[in-house]
Design a protein around this ligand. Structure first.
Ligand code: ASP
Length: 337
């Protein structure tokens, strides 16, 4: 089943203001007659309204999870056509919301609309359909995971980040190699692919609590900004994007605010600003105080994945202590421990 949510892949220039706006799924099919060559049936589900993914809200993730649940038994795999801007957030969120997944849920989209001769949309769509339908000799899905297929690579969704507003190779998975690469053949990295436990039932959990903020540390950051973000009554958790291996200023005012937020019971997560590598707060004298002040490690998590994991855990548990403890675990292959 192809679930169409919007994004550049299905956009064309509006006649009045020339900005790109989504068009309907039948026009996508017209542009990709190759889909008819697959020896299986492809159905579609179109979201209404179709959106540019900059307008994605957690409500779309809840609806997406429900659509997958409602059609789960009738299809071998699911392909989600989605804008690239927030695709990593959506794929991360779905990875936490779907449990016991035994079928592929593959996100894809494109940098150029499908109606444009040089589009990357056709290859992305056709290969993603192939991956979503691939089966092993025992009949089970080759990739029963939430992934992004883009620019010839299949990446675990909750490991991805959009790295280019220009290149066809728009996504990276800096801390985990691709689950597959498409050349003449699609080569799967079987050893990395996660599988559900034997007999584990498929279920969704759509509870999400979005009371999370992100604080990006930078030279010159002021106490007022840090206070506003860390101590605001509207946040239950804050992702602190730190330097290098999880380091931050050691100024007394900064650590005092962190301690205060911790005393207030907030979940404080340390994620590095570096595109790759892992947080280790025991490495530097500028990291250890953060650990002592009560922050927890985000390990090698992307910010997108840490945000989605917090939405999910906070939605599921009212107790922040429990959220902290569970955040430390590798739930869906999102961190390396
Ligand atoms: N703005 C578009 C979106 O995210 C970009 C894209 O799809 O590539 O929907």
């Amino acid at each position: 089943m192809i679930i169409y949510t919007g994004g550049t892949i299905g956009m064309k220039a509006d006649a009045t203001d020339q900005t790109l706006k989504p068009f309907d799924f039948s026009q996508i099919l017209e542009e990709v007659p190759e889909l008819a060559k697959f020896a299986f049936k492809i159905d579609s589900y179109t979201f209404d309204p179709l959106i540019d993914s900059s307008d994605v809200e957690p409500g779309l993730w809840q609806k997406l999870a429900a659509v997958i649940r409602d059609h789960y038994d009738r299809y071998d795999g699911f392909l989600v056509l989605h804008g690239t801007d927030t695709m990593s957030y959506s794929a991360s969120a779905l990875s936490f919301m779907l449990d016991g997944l035994s079928k592929p849920v593959i996100f894809t989209g494109s940098q150029l609309p499908i109606g444009i001769p040089r589009t990357d949309g056709k290859e992305n769509l056709i290969s993603a359909v192939e991956i979503a339908s691939a089966r092993r000799s025992d009949g089970t899905a080759v990739v029963p995971e939430v992934c992004i297929y883009f620019g010839s690579k299949l990446l675990r969704g909750n490991r991805t980040t959009k790295i280019s507003a220009e290149q066809f190779d728009a996504f990276a998975s800096p801390n985990l190699p691709p689950l597959a690469e498409a050349g003449i053949n699609i080569r799967y990295n079987e050893a990395l692919i996660r599988r559900p436990e034997e007999g584990e039932p498929f279920r969704i959990d759509t509870r999400l609590d979005t009371r999370v903020s992100i604080l990006k540390i930078h030279p010159g950051i002021t106490p007022q900004v840090v206070k506003n973000i860390l101590l605001g009554s509207e946040t239950r958790a804050v992702i602190i994007e730190t330097y290098g291996s999880g380091n931050a200023p050691t100024a007394a005012w900064f650590l005092d605010i962190i301690r205060e937020a911790n005393r207030m019971g907030k979940v404080l997560v340390n994620v590095t600003q570096c595109p790759s590598g892992c947080v280790n707060m025991n490495l530097y004298a500028t990291g250890k105080p953060l650990l002592e002040a009560g922050t927890v490690s985000g390990y090698d998590s992307t910010t997108e994945s840490a945000l989605a994991k917090l939405f999910h855990l906070l939605g599921k548990y009212g107790d922040n202590g429990q959220v902290k403890a569970l955040f430390d675990l590798d739930l869906k292959g999102e961190i390396t421990k």
